[in-house]
Design a protein around this ligand. Structure first.
Ligand code: IVH
Length: 749
């Protein structure tokens, strides 16, 4: 971008030139956005340019152009997809592909609810519509907000666009005072074909498939364009409600239908996994003739009270599953195998393919997973694809399953060109030349260069600024690559981001005077960085990009330790024990090998215990505390400790922390629950719920469920048959109650 001067200081000639430039940029941005659902500039940048355009027009009224961007778009900049925080998270679904997984799903639910194999249990079977989900909020029967799913917690405000859709009632009669209806926006095959024909006529890019077309049409800046694009909507779920819609999923669908929503007519009730499979096959048969895309069948427990008891895992309900149709396949040529180096140093092989259409999408890359996969072996060394290795030049079968990266299903040896050789997987990192090491039991070969490897450093930085992490506006992959390679104002580690402005001040050549930058964009970047100087603990932990520490683990760690100081201290204290844990693993493996050789049973416990014998008690305690956190196993713990112990990495973390204000995580996390932060133990027989359910509910309310009574126990819930735990609790003076008292305390039947 060129330099931008204060509007009041522009000459008329400069103003005219800049209005022309802005008209062109915004016009291009609109085309990219409208035609391709593929914006080329960020929303913030778009808004900023529009604002600047309006400011210049206000100052030079007579210079306003006939094609002024101010007139092109109906909505005000701030309405350009303002963010909406969903009152209740929009969940996704666990996928299944095999009949056995459906039987498992039914078994799991029965087990969780404590239902026998023959107890009646009904499910709805609904087609899984291949579109994009939308949440519609009605207050007193009026549509007041429509929001896309976004990341599940925060979506985009597309209210103006939803008002243009015929399938979406604006006003409801006899609806609950508060009602959030959720469902899928989709486009029919016929409408998709005519839209693409119109796009082609207008010289605009065509859409790859109806789902992209639906997404592109709903996410329109100009709601009039949405109006011109025939979008449809099926309701299948709900969010916040002032009163229940019905007692069952099927009843709720009927109620939504009565309120004026379209619900899918192929929905039926099933009484068993066999019924579900039969319905799946029927729907699959009808799939091609439906006139819209579906990609599977969703089964949901029909009884809403059971749904409530089953509840949710972090992002998916326990009471539903998506049974996907098999992926679509296509044959093409493998042109090359390239190696990408990721954030954790993993060398990931990628197949470059002659582009081919798979299920309506052009595919030119596919993952090859790891070196064993290419060689035709799985992790245990047993053959996959009948042991056929993958070579450059091979004729390969590609498939896509859902949204995932394309994969290679098979290859045709009959079409293998002569003279091909097995792929030699690199033993050194193609990016930095460090040794690429494959550890025992790991399928992946990793670059050992750590932060000296530019690929790892850049990928780590990209992760650092990504959405769930620091999410710095205006600092994306492209900018980071630029700064990483920059001699004058380099960003090599996260801390460098926060010293960027100070360093720029000292430089002769300012960022603002560089190609592609201006006063405003530089100032905006510094401001965006500054805004993120205060960070919640969980985000910081996630942002560090430590292997195995994803968003969920980061949250669990933050909740457990509460502050950076407590976390760092605990991880440091646990370091010797982590080492011990690895030695114990090695000793166990050795013992297993010996035992197999000598034809005797392996003695695991004594062998492991021997390693721990001289372990310092404080380290042992810190380690036990760390791995006792729900969701944090030894693998995560070892990875965490290793990064904190690794010198360069630790220095980088410490430098970063010095730049930040870290917000502590409240302990406990659910302050309005009477049991938040309490440690509870269940013992004896429970009659109203299974152990798994009791544990999940207690944890959802912020309690910590432990298996044994100690001085740290706050409440013992003792059912009939409680034994030594009840005695111990009495000895320790731990509060003890029965199941009913517990349910009364947590306020649930
Ligand atoms: S229920 C709490 N039902 O599939 C459960 N989802 O892969 C919420 N989808 O995000 C989802 N048809 O966009 C449900 N009949 C159906 C569906 C359906 C399509 C989509 C939805 C969801 C995605 C999960």
């Amino acid at each position: 971008m060129q330099d931008e001067h204060q509007v009041s200081m522009l000459t008329e000639e400069e103003a005219r030139a800049e209005l022309a430039r802005l008209a062109e940029i915004l016009h291009q941005a609109n085309i990219a956005y409208h035609g391709e659902d593929d914006p080329q500039i960020t929303d913030a940048e778009y808004d900023r340019l529009k604002l600047r355009n309006a400011e210049i027009e206000a100052q030079f009224i007579h210079l306003k152009r006939g094609d002024s961007p101010s007139d092109v778009v109906g909505s005000a900049p701030s309405e350009r997809f303002a963010k909406v925080t969903h009152a209740q998270r929009m969940m996704s679904l666990t996928n299944a592909f095999q009949a056995a997984e459906i039987a498992d799903f039914d078994l799991r639910i029965r087990k969780y609810l404590g239902l026998g194999a023959n107890a009646p249990l009904r499910y709805t079977a609904e087609p899984k519509i291949d579109g994009l989900s939308l949440s519609l909020r009605y207050e007193d029967g009026r549509l007041i907000q429509a929001a896309t799913r976004g990341d599940g917690s925060v979506g985009e405000n597309v209210t103006a666009n939803a008002r243009m859709m015929q399938d979406i009632p604006q006003v409801l009669k006899d609806a609950p005072a508060l009602l959030e209806v959720r469902g899928e926006v989709y486009m029919t095959h016929t409408d998709f074909a005519s839209l693409n024909a119109r796009q082609a006529q207008a010289g605009a890019r065509s859409f790859a498939n109806p789902r992209n077309a639906a997404a592109g049409s709903l996410r329109q800046l100009d709601a009039q364009i949405t109006r011109a694009r025939p979008l449809k909507f099926f309701a299948y779920a709900w969010g916040e409600l002032s009163e229940p819609l019905a007692d069952t999923q099927s009843g709720a669908l009927a109620r939504l239908e009565a309120l004026g929503f379209s619900t899918n007519p192929l929905t039926v009730l099933c009484d068993s996994p066999d019924d579900m499979m039969a319905r799946y096959e029927q729907i699959e048969q009808q799939r091609a003739g439906l006139g819209y895309d579906i990609d599977g069948v969703v089964y949901k427990v029909d009884d809403l009270e059971l749904q409530r008891r089953l509840g949710y895992r972090s992002t998916t309900p326990r009471w539903a599953i998506a049974h996907k149709f098999p992926a679509e396949l296509a044959w093409t040529r493998l042109e090359a195998i390239e190696i990408n180096v990721g954030r954790t140093g993993a060398l990931s092989p990628v197949a470059r393919l002659t582009p081919v259409t798979v299920g309506g999408v052009v595919v030119s890359n596919a993952t090859l997973h790891n070196e064993d996969y290419i060689a035709g072996r799985d992790g245990d060394g047993s053959p996959i694809r009948g042991g056929k290795d993958i070579r450059v030049g091979d004729w390969v079968q590609v498939y896509r399953a859902g949204d995932v990266i394309p994969k290679i299903a098979d290859l045709d040896l009959g079409k293998r060109p002569s003279g091909t050789v097995p792929f030699a997987f690199p033993q050194i990192c193609p990016e930095c030349g460090s040794d690429a090491i494959r550890e025992d039991g790991d399928a992946v070969r990793r670059c050992s260069g750590g932060l000296i490897c530019p690929a790892q450093a850049v990928e780590k930085l990209k992760h650092f600024v990504s959405r769930g992490a620091f999410d710095i506006e205006g600092l994306g992959a492209k900018q980071l690559e630029m700064f990483h390679a920059d001699d004058q104002l380099p960003i090599h580690t996260p801390a460098d981001i926060f010293t960027l402005e100070a360093r720029d001040r000292q430089n002769m050549t300012k960022l603002a005077n560089r190609d592609g930058w201006g006063e405003v964009s530089a100032r905006n970047l510094f401001a965006a960085i500054d805004q993120r100087r205060t960070v919640p603990l969980a985000r910081l932990i996630f942002a560090l990009g430590i292997r195995h520490v994803g968003e969920v683990a980061a949250r669990d760690l933050a909740r457990h330790y509460g502050s950076w100081h407590a976390l760092a201290e605990a991880v440091d204290a646990a370091a010797p024990a982590a080492e011990c844990h690895l030695q114990a693993d090695a000793a166990e493996a050795e013992e297993r090998r010996l035992a197999a050789e000598e034809g005797r049973r392996a003695r695991i416990k004594p062998v492991r215990d021997a390693v721990w014998l001289n372990m310092d008690a404080a380290a042992h305690a810190a380690w036990s505390d760390l791995i006792a956190i729900d969701g944090i196993g030894a693998t995560v713990a070892v990875s965490l400790v290793t990064s904190f112990q690794q010198e360069t990495e630790r220095a980088s973390i410490d430098r970063l922390v010095a730049e930040l204000t870290i917000e502590d995580t409240a302990l406990p996390d659910a302050p309005d629950s009477p049991v938040a932060g309490k440690t509870v133990v269940f013992t004896g027989t429970l009659s109203k719920m299974t152990r798994a359910e009791a544990k999940a509910r207690a944890e959802a309310l912020g309690a910590k469920v432990s298996g044994s009574v100690s001085a740290k126990t706050d409440i013992l819930i003792a059912g009939p048959g409680a034994g030594s735990k009840a005695t111990k609790a009495a000895d320790l003076g731990v509060e003890t109650m029965d199941e009913d008292a517990w349910l009364a305390l947590i306020g649930g039947a």
